[in-house]
Ligand binder design. Structure first.
Ligand SMILES: Cc1cc2nc3c(=O)[nH]c(=O)nc-3n(C[C@H](O)[C@H](O)[C@H](O)COP(=O)(O)O)c2cc1C
Length: 146
């Protein structure tokens, strides 16, 4: 399968750690940091992964705007995220974009990621040490089962 994962991982690079492990397991996957370049034509890919840290209870605003403009119709789509506090529904907006474009939803994988936003900074942040090796391995397993 011809796969691209577009990502936004700017807080601590937590989400990127999951993606680097996926890339190591499957070197054919294309990773694109949308803060650096925003491919407009994703139609050559069969499977589109959308990855981000969670910012104010959803994927980064820039990622959602990118999907609004560039997610093609009829693809197979999955999501990967890291967050300071686990909530199973954080990928709902990405799923909604996928469904709006008549894409097949393959599911999502989320885990904790070190978070030093706001007052948490004083105590060194929350979810320190995350994603763990097990959480990173979990992302690879999720990807392999797609
Ligand atoms: C501005 C900001 C807002 C955040 N909002 C949330 C949130 O609503 N829920 C949550 O669980 N984590 C939140 N976090 C924590 C991040 O989702 C978490 O640290 C994530 O691992 C960051 O991923 P990244 O390093 O790949 O960008 C927030 C972090 C920042 C910087």
């Amino acid at each position: 399968m011809n796969t691209i994962i577009v990502y936004h991982s700017t807080h601590h690079g937590n989400t990127k750690k999951l993606l680097d492990a996926i890339k190591e397991a499957d070197p054919s996957v294309t990773l694109v940091d949308i803060t650096k370049s925003q491919p407009e034509n994703l139609s050559e890919y069969d499977v589109i992964g959308v990855a981000s840290g969670i910012y104010f209870s959803t994927f980064h605003k820039e990622m959602l705007e990118y999907l609004e403009k560039n997610l093609p119709e009829g693809k197979r789509v999955f999501a990967v995220y890291t967050c300071g506090a686990m909530v199973k529904t954080y990928a709902r907006d990405v799923k909604a974009y996928a469904e709006k474009r008549h894409c097949e939803w393959l599911g999502d994988y989320g885990c904790l990621g070190w978070d030093t936003i706001g007052p948490f900074r004083v105590i060194g942040g929350i979810a320190k040490g995350h994603p763990t090796a097990d959480e990173i391995a979990g992302a690879v397993e999720f990807y392999k089962k797609l």
